[in-house]
Design a protein around this ligand. Structure first.
Ligand code: IPE
Ligand code: IPE
Ligand code: MG
Length: 253
């Protein structure tokens, strides 16, 4: 993974990770039930997916439901689950026609059989698509991702497939989710909170973090453009000095 470049020539991120936050407050402001905010949020999700596909961004990872979101009132959880089923049903064929490859990360075993089937079918249908890779984090938690990776790794050590001394950051990284794509370059969180909320904690180690007050259903094309232009102004140092990075860029490395 180390040979993967972090920016394209155009300075666009290759991989964007999004915490789509603020649906509930959007609905509250309108004296509507929270689920209305989640429904409105689907439109914003469709917009960002289309924009990423148009701009040839390679990977988009969206946080749809965290492993902690089960703590919400049962009525909200079940309405979100129903919305997942209906949204997958309504959108997957269109995404397939746009050459989007859909993958889910997180523990899907807690979902209903019906939802698990929709998820598996969406992945199967789009698995050979070569356009945008869309990762949907559903019942996902970053800490659990790392624990799961450790278990797989320990199992491989126990079976003598790898030795204790072979364990490196890259090796452990090859067991966490999204190990087949570069780490996110840009993280966007709407809704005003400045936290990670147990999203991709391993993968975000060197990601540029962008927080915006706009509530997710209100996140428009121009808001996405703003996030991208903020990103292109970042100097990514990866531990080096700013001067080293400038010299590196001038020498074309
Ligand atoms: C994010 O919006 C969507 C999910 C967590 C499913 P919220 O529902 O968290 O919206 P706020 O933060 O309450 O406004
Ligand atoms: C993070 O948002 C999860 C998703 C957007 C799916 P939350 O609204 O659940 O995060 P906290 O609880 O405010 O940290
Ligand atoms: Mg929230």
């Amino acid at each position: 993974m180390s040979e993967v470049q972090h920016n394209t020539a155009a300075g666009l991120p290759q991989h964007i990770a999004v915490v789509m936050d603020g649906n509930g407050r959007w609905a509250n402001q309108r004296h509507m039930p929270r689920v209305a905010g989640h429904k409105a949020g689907v439109n914003a999700t469709r917009r960002i997916v289309e924009n990423c596909a148009k701009k040839n961004i390679k990977v988009l990872t969206i946080f749809a439901f965290s492993s902690e979101n089960w703590r919400r009132p049962e009525t909200e959880v079940s309405s979100i689950m129903a919305l997942f089923v209906s949204t997958i049903g309504a959108e997957v064929k269109k995404l397939h026609n746009k050459n989007v490859c859909i993958r889910f990360i997180g523990d899907r075993s807690r979902f209903s059989q019906k939802l698990q089937k929709s998820i598996n079918d969406a992945e199967q249908l789009t698995m050979h698509n070569t356009g945008l890779r869309l990762n949907i984090a559903a019942n996902y938690g970053g800490r659990n991702d790392i624990v799961h990776a450790c278990k797989l790794l320990i199992n491989d050590v126990a079976q003598n497939k790898i030795t204790f001394d072979e364990i490196t950051e890259d090796l452990l990284g090859s067991y966490v989710s999204l190990n087949d794509v570069p780490a996110p370059d840009l993280f966007i969180r709407t809704g005003g909170e400045q936290r990670i909320s147990n999203f991709l904690i391993w993968q975000l180690a060197y990601t540029e973090l962008y927080f915006v007050d706009t509530l997710w259903p209100d996140f428009l094309d121009e808001d996405f453009e703003q996030a991208l232009s903020w990103f292109t102004g970042r100097q990514r140092r990866f531990g080096k000095t700013g001067q080293q990075v400038i010299e590196q860029q001038m020498s074309g490395n």
